[in-house]
Design a protein around this ligand. Structure first.
Ligand SMILES: Cc1cc2nc3c(=O)[nH]c(=O)nc-3n(C[C@H](O)[C@H](O)[C@H](O)COP(=O)(O)OP(=O)(O)OC[C@H]3O[C@@H](n4cnc5c(N)ncnc54)[C@H](O)[C@@H]3O)c2cc1C
Length: 388
């Protein structure tokens, strides 16, 4: 059983089915809806999607940015252009994609629905778990029950399953709010129509935009300081909430933000790394296992990697699922921790002000761009375990 039919839960079901195991996805929402804006999928995520057999269906809907153009948000000055495109694909074996989250989710869901070994139950909110002689019994908030040999908690940042695996994990608001929107590509100011990912830095604030839907739309995210702490993921928002933080920014960037309709917002939360991801026949995956800040654009990609590794371990020890889940956890914890640390550090660097920002900008301008992006080869160069 898999609690949660998000990116991680569906990927886990697909990976398990590919390895020959039945999976039942229990999703709390009554229907899957088109939610979210963009998601960047580094070469490691594309490698995981290939292993899941989903890459081919998604590829025509992706954006494939040539580079990440890092800009000073106030002056509009280019600080560096980190090469993606053919250069990263040739070096690491996979391209760097950007996608609408709904397209990624739909590609996973479509494949899962066509897979006879996968059953999807919607409207099932996992509420309580019980260990049984055969594995795990799950009781929903509505009182229904389901049972299986194991349970994977892929129920996101606010995971219910996490409490059955690790004690006392408290999510802390980091004092920043994320705003997201999707803009038709025609609304993009001419100066920014360069098929790049744009990363704009200013004191305490940053903005990211990139092409999605084969370049027909642009996903935009703005992170600003805020004291909001609520747990929601899709609060309706308005550009006027961002304007005080971005009013002094480059005119092109402000024009892009003003053109964006239907803003949504949510408060960012962080947590210390979990010491364990599995407990007997229960294991965690995706945001439930490793809440990471979004400043390295890797939370969803890590969930895809988790899924592929989980299935490989289950294939290796199918007769002892607790052992397989423990082996999965052991092989993933260190990498997730490294990503979480690197994300946190990126946030600090992005949000520098004054003299520190001056030094950062000077370093970015002076350093060879290929060297700057090459520092992430440990991350983007991940490859799936052998599937034989
Ligand atoms: C601003 C921002 C930008 C980001 N950008 C990127 C990016 O560019 N690249 C990237 O890789 N990642 C990015 N991420 C991270 C990424 O969104 C998450 O890491 C990813 O969605 C995690 O997937 P998941 O399946 O673990 O959880 P979720 O996507 O949260 O899915 C959890 C699922 O479980 C269901 N559920 C919850 N509780 C229950 C329950 N009790 N019972 C049954 N079902 C339940 C939910 O309805 C949902 O369907 C970003 C995050 C933020 C905040």
């Amino acid at each position: 059983m898999i609690a949660g039919g998000g990116i991680g839960g569906l990927a886990a079901a697909l990976a398990l089915a590919k390895a020959g195991f039945k999976a039942r996805v229990l999703e709390r929402n009554a229907a899957f809806s088109e939610a979210g804006a963009g998601i960047q999928i580094g070469p490691n995520g594309v490698a995981a999607l290939r292993a899941l057999g989903v890459a081919e269906a998604l590829e025509p809907k992706t954006g494939q940015p040539n580079d990440i153009r890092v800009m000073d948000a106030k002056s509009g000055r280019l600080l560096t252009a980190l090469p993606l495109g053919n250069s990263i694909a040739a070096r690491l074996g996979g391209p760097y994609w950007t996608a609408h989250r709904a397209d990624l989710h739909a590609a996973l869901l479509d494949k899962a629905r066509r897979e006879p070994l996968i059953a999807i139950t919607t409207g099932f909110e996992v509420d309580r778990l019980e260990a049984t002689a055969e594995g795990v019994r799950v009781i929903s908030a509505g009182g229904s029950a389901a049972a299986g040999a194991a349970l994977i908690g892929a129920d996101g940042l606010w995971s219910k399953v996490r409490g059955y695996v690790a004690d006392g994990v408290t999510l802390k608001p980091i004092g920043r709010q994320a705003y997201r929107a999707v803009v038709p590509a025609e609304a993009m100011p001419a100066a920014l129509q360069d098929h790049s990912t744009g990363l704009w830095l200013a004191r305490g604030v940053h903005c990211v935009h990139y092409p999605v839907r084969a370049g027909r739309e642009i996903a935009v995210v703005v992170i600003v300081p805020a004291s909001v702490t609520d747990a929601g993921w899709s609060q309706a928002a308005d550009v006027t909430q961002i304007e005080p933080a971005v009013a002094q920014f480059s005119a092109d960037l402000v024009a892009l933000l003003r053109a964006a309709p239907g803003w949504k917002s949510w408060a960012l939360h962080d947590a210390p790394p979990l010491a364990r991801w599995s407990n007997g026949a229960i294991a965690l995956l995706g945001d439930a296992a490793h809440p990471v800040l979004p400043f390295l654009a890797q939370g969803g990609v890590l969930a895809l990697e988790d899924a592929v590794v989980l299935a490989a371990e289950v294939r290796r020890t199918p007769e002892n699922l607790p052992l397989a889940l423990e082996a999965y956890a052991k092989s993933r914890i260190r990498r997730a921790k490294r990503v979480a640390t690197a994300s946190r550090r990126n946030g600090e660097i992005y949000h520098l002000g004054g003299a520190a920002a001056f030094v950062r900008n000077a370093v970015l301008r002076a350093s060879p761009a290929a060297q700057l992006i090459g520092r992430y080869d440990w991350l983007y160069g991940w490859t799936p375990p052998s599937q034989t």
